[in-house]
Ligand binder design. Structure first.
Ligand SMILES: Nc1ncnc2c1ncn2[C@@H]1O[C@H](COP(=O)(O)OP(=O)(O)OP(=O)(O)O)[C@@H](O)[C@H]1O
Ligand SMILES: [Mg+2]
Length: 364
């Protein structure tokens, strides 16, 4: 049975700017279960980072939460606690949740590292403050964590400063710091984008490994199709501040329904291939300073129907786990299929990611 850890319900967030109000997040729903990984994918500016920053309570200060809840269920000394994270102040978030129960790895490891502190002190800090471990015990556990994230000679590394490490090593150290307090949820916002391909692959393996050992739940934001194939159980596709399609990785790869998902999957690079000629979706996302009429994707959608320009599509149910917000799923809509070139490409990516779903794979 799946146990929800984090549930986002109808989240809407806008930002006050000198140009006006930007409606960055427009009714997002998301569910993360224990031990599962969801990938959030979407073009630049679609609202992926804002969504996860809202979970962490680390938005910049000019935001307004217009609606919604972020329900976090966790175990506190054997007692199950249900907490709407939006009801906590930023200070309470820092004290009770951030780093301790929900941890986040950013694209640039230096965002999370203090250049003037040794690796050892940075890993030990959280354990001493949050878990009230003695220095000696925190030291021992830091060595274990460094080993867990694949760092050799951990005693020596404890004394290193961040600038003495390579980019890949720094990101491993960040992951060790994030894991130090045994969080329930790990959020990774493009943690491998700045790293070279071999290091990326190793970090991905590492996160999978840790998940197998700790049953941690993971939210993974990526622009890379191969990464989605490798890490995700579920995929949520974002466009202009909304989730426009969600499903199991199988459903999204083999039976995507939203034309935006088709375009997005066609345009995403992947770890394995050269990507010399990638498709790109024509046009650009809407300006969220203005009110969006109908389906925000309609002006860029070769398959748009008249209604797409007038009325926002609801989430149509495809299966118990698969939903998409496109009028093409209405019973009276013309039948259109995903482009054949995309199907071929996804096949290749899945093969490269290593036949995770060879048994359950279903063509429709
Ligand atoms: N503090 C802020 N003030 C004003 N607008 C903001 C602020 N933070 C984010 N936005 C806007 O919110 C929208 C979503 O941004 P977000 O950073 O979540 O995109 P993203 O999906 O993470 O993109 P990328 O893939 O480039 O990281 C963008 O239009 C962005 O300009
Ligand atoms: Mg982002």
């Amino acid at each position: 049975m799946s146990e929800p850890v984090l549930t986002i319900n109808d989240l809407s967030i806008s930002f006050k700017t000198s140009n006006g109000v930007v409606n960055a997040i427009r009714g997002v729903d998301l569910e993360l279960n224990k031990g599962e990984t969801i990938a959030i994918v979407g073009e630049s500016g679609s609202g992926k980072s804002v969504t996860v920053k809202a979970i962490m309570g680390i938005l910049s200060g000019n935001e307004e939460i217009n609606s919604g809840s972020i329900t976090f269920r966790y175990d506190r000394d054997g007692e199950e606690v249900t907490q709407d994270l939006l009801k906590l102040s930023k200070k309470e978030m820092r004290k009770r949740i951030n780093g301790k129960r929900i941890a986040m790895v950013f694209q640039d490891p230096m965002t999370s590292l203090n250049p003037t502190m040794t690796v050892g002190n940075q890993i030990m800090e959280g354990m001493i403050i949050h878990l009230k471990l003695s220095r000696a015990r925190a030291y021992e556990r830091s060595l274990e964590l460094l080993q867990l994230v694949g760092i050799t000679d951990p005693e020596k590394r404890m004394k290193s400063y961040p600038h003495q490490l390579s980019g890949g090593m720094r990101q491993r150290v960040v992951i060790a710091i994030m894991l130090a307090c045994n969080p329930e949820v790990l959020i990774c916002d493009e943690p491998t984008t700045a790293l070279d391909v071999t290091v990326q692959a190793k970090i991905l393996e590492l996160i999978k490994d840790i998940q197998a050992k700790t049953n941690i739940s993971v939210i993974y934001i990526t622009h890379d199709l191969g990464v989605v194939a490798k890490v995700a159980d579920y995929v949520s596709v974002m466009y202009a501040g909304k989730i426009v399609e969600r499903g199991t990785v199988n459903e999204i790869f083999y039976d995507p329904k939203h034309p935006y998902t088709w375009g997005l999957l066609s345009s995403m690079p992947d770890i394995g291939t050269e990507n010399e000629k990638l498709y790109s979706i024509p046009g650009s996302p809407p300006n969220l300073l203005h009110k969006v009429e109908g389906d925000a994707f309609a002006p860029r959608n070769a398959f748009a129907l008249n209604i797409d320009f007038k009325q926002e599509p609801p989430m149509f149910k495809v299966s118990d786990t698969h939903y998409a917000a496109t009028w093409l799923l209405h019973e009276n809509a013309p039948k259109v299929e995903m482009p054949e070139t995309l199907r071929k490409r996804i096949d290749t990516v899945v093969k490269e990611a290593g036949g995770r779903w060879t048994d359950s794979r279903s063509y429709k």
